[in-house]
Design a protein around this ligand. Structure first.
Ligand code: NI
Length: 217
């Protein structure tokens, strides 16, 4: 099968699987990560077929929604890629990226070795910040019945994955627990540049949010 055909089939599979998902990990999230990963991958000189397939499949079965089974994503991707007759080495590379892509807490280190993995992780993180990141943060907060903001609840920096996963902190806290930290967790130079602008926009948003909260504007 030609690379183009493999990508097209994978687009259709992912779209059919994730369309209409309501937590912010829907098809259009994957679409943006795929596009962004392509832009970064091209500039950074990564293998674009690996980048595109990993980006398309990275949220195919997110562990946050499968009662903590962290292997469900890589396993689902592996099954799909095996059906496309890809080489074992390519499949292992892509499933390895999917396994290591998630942010698991402010104090938990990343493990992403390959350039392709770094590119896809950067693209996924860029979609969590800026204007789109703000929209997704509150969509996810509503989906998990969180408050928008509660001045009595202070942000926490989670030192392990369990605490991060089980947190029920308000959506605004999520900025301090994850979103504002992502700028400094980008792997590639291209993504650092993109992240700076999106980061500034979130800071402006927060500034205005607190002014409105106190009826100062
Ligand atoms: Ni994602």
């Amino acid at each position: 099968m030609e690379p183009n055909e493999i990508i097209d089939k994978t687009i259709k599979y992912v779209r059919d699987t994730l369309e209409g998902e309501g937590s912010g990990h829907d098809w259009w999230h994957v679409y943006r990560v795929w596009k962004t990963a392509h832009v970064i991958g091209e500039k950074e000189g990564a293998d674009l077929v690996i980048v595109e397939l990993a980006a398309l499949l990275h949220d195919i079965a997110d562990w946050k929604f499968h009662e903590g089974d962290e292997d469900i994503g890589p396993k689902t991707a592996e099954k799909w890629l095996t059906g496309l007759n890809l080489e074992q080495e390519t499949i292992a590379h892509i499933t390895g990226i999917i396994k290591n892509i998630s942010f698991k807490g402010a104090g938990v280190a990343d493990h992403m070795d390959s350039l392709e993995g770094k590119v896809v992780q950067d693209a996924d993180r860029l979609d969590a910040i800026g204007a789109i990141g703000i929209a997704r943060c509150f969509a996810y907060g509503g989906y998990t019945h969180r408050e928008i903001y509660n001045p009595d609840k202070k942000p926490e920096l989670h030192e392990n994955k369990e605490k991060y996963k089980n947190s029920d902190s308000p959506s605004i806290n999520h900025f301090y627990e994850k979103l504002l930290l992502l700028k400094d967790r980008m792997n590639t130079k291209t993504a650092v540049e993109m992240a700076n602008e999106r980061h500034q926009f979130m800071e402006q948003f927060l500034e205005h949010f607190y002014l409105e909260w106190d009826a100062e504007v």
